[in-house]
Design a protein around this ligand. Structure first.
Ligand code: PFF
Length: 465
């Protein structure tokens, strides 16, 4: 087998991984989810879940990638010693294809807004403009353009393509967002927005805890790119001497910083326009903000800077989603990278076109289906790390970790017990609401605990038998 690509430096890996994490999830999804779920209350629950579930979950995915040294199908097969490992890896590949299909459609919208912001094309009638371009043949065109940019980067490989681009784009995103947040702070009418976003509203939190939990957990996984095998793939290109726990913390903190920063731009601006934040939904970014840019001084320049930042963030996430299926073809059947990139992009061109033409399917796939698939993927990683690899996982955690190695046993305990309960809780709640069953919080926790023990028993029998 040909030698595999590796990152040129550990910094390159960290920047690429933050690039994967920080994307539309932070800028497009996070502010409107936060605004629609009580502002500061959502922020508090979300941060708690990022720390307690996201960080150990991401670390589990890194452990699998560096230990397996392959893309998900090969890595999970060799680590589990079972054909089921390949099936789970194939499920990851499917997840990345599905997410990228809708991601590329949104990427196309952003690309269009970046290009037309200097002319203020959507300023006069933001609602009608978005309504006209959101779905249909023009949306297909911009989806294909966005996909073409992403494919062009993956085409050049891990270090000449992904690492190089991440090193430039990610810092650019941060600089632009810091500038925009500072500009926002000088605008009139934003005080209520800051109060809503940053003031701690304990009453709302206690009254709505159960309903905030689901979206907050889904967002924590989506934003950290956990559960799709993209982080596993990125970790398969790193060395033994980098510290996985340290890198994971740096990645999670940077990603959260970018999300909170985006909120500091979007939420106060929406408030300044009197846009009801709970009503924004997925179109908030395009419709509500457009109105804000229109009415403020220097709006065109600011709008261009804003959409350019979102575009770069989206590109660095999309490349991780494309890299996973492409590298799987390279690893599994020895296909040359360039041919694999063309083939997978061709498939995505078609699936994304389907979603660009149908708003209801787009919404179903980008919400419920994506959340479910990421949760199933993460659950499989937890089972393999926490219930099967165990000592091997601890050894991989410790390699290169220095003094942070002492955290390995508590991490393994979290991965084996706490996380499966949390993931089954959110999975069963989502499935329950799909079929119209809604239980109270206590019953849902009980269901998740029982399911965890059942799964544990099934895996024990399968592994030992
Ligand atoms: N984390 C990305 C975002 O927040 O936009 C989305 C994402 C990328 C999800 C890669 C999953 C993934 F594997």
């Amino acid at each position: 087998m040909a030698t595999r690509d590796t990152w040129v430096s550990n910094l390159g890996f960290v920047l690429a991984a933050v690039g994967s994490a920080a994307g539309l999830g932070n800028i497009w999804r996070f502010p409107w989810l936060t605004a629609g779920n009580g502002g500061s209350a959502f922020l508090a629950v979300y941060l708690a879940i990022v720390v307690s579930v996201g960080v150990p979950g991401l670390l589990a995915e890194f452990v699998l990638g560096r230990r397996g040294r392959q893309t998900p199908m090969g890595a999970l097969r060799s680590l589990t010693g079972s054909r089921w490992g390949s099936v789970l890896g194939a499920f990851n590949v499917l997840t990345t294809l599905l997410i990228l299909s809708f991601y590329s459609v949104v990427g196309g919208w952003i690309l269009r807004y970046t290009l037309v912001s200097p002319t203020g094309a959507y300023f006069a009638q933001p609602q009608q403009y978005f309504g006209a371009i959101g779905y249909g043949f023009e949306a297909v065109g911009f989806h294909l353009l966005f996909l073409g940019i992403v494919a062009g980067i993956v085409f050049f490989g891990v270090n000449r393509g992904i690492e190089r681009v991440s090193k430039v784009m990610l810092p650019a995103v941060v600089v632009l967002l810091v500038g925009l947040a500072a500009w926002t702070a000088t605008q009139p009418g934003t005080a209520a927005g800051y109060a809503f976003y940053l003031g701690f509203d304990g009453e709302y939190l206690f009254a709505n805890f159960a309903s905030v939990l689901g979206p907050a957990a889904g967002q924590a996984l989506f934003t950290l790119s956990v559960g799709a095998g993209t982080m596993l793939t990125y970790a398969s290109y790193i060395d033994e001497d980098s510290s996985l726990p340290r890198d994971t913390i740096v990645i999670a903190v940077s990603n959260t910083f970018i999300g909170v920063l985006a909120g500091l731009v979007v939420i106060p601006l929406l408030f300044s326009q009197g846009v009801d934040p709970g009503q924004g939904g997925p179109g908030a970014l395009f419709v509500g903000l457009a109105a804000a840019f229109e009415s403020l001084p220097g709006g065109r320049v600011v709008a261009t800077a804003f959409f350019a930042a979102v575009l770069m963030a989206a590109v660095t996430s999309a490349i991780s989603l494309l890299e996973t299926p492409v590298a799987t073809l390279v690893d599994a059947v020895g296909m040359p990278r360039r041919r694999a990139t063309l083939l997978i992009s061709g498939v995505l061109a078609l699936t994304g076109t389907g979603l660009s033409l149908s708003a209801p399917i787009f919404q179903f796939v980008s919400g419920t289906v994506a959340d479910l698939m990421l949760s199933v993927g993460l659950f499989a990683f937890l089972v393999i790390v926490g219930w099967m690899l165990r000592e091997d996982a601890i050894a991989e955690f410790r390699a290169g970790a220095g003094r942070m190695g002492v955290l390995a046993p508590s991490w393994l305990f979290t991965v084996s017990w706490l996380l499966p309960v949390v993931v089954l809780f959110s999975l069963s709640s989502t499935l329950g609401s799909l079929v119209g069953v809604s239980l109270d919080l206590g019953s849902r926790v009980a269901v998740a605990v029982v399911l965890t023990f059942v799964c544990r028993a099934v895996v024990a029998v399968a592994v030992d038998g």
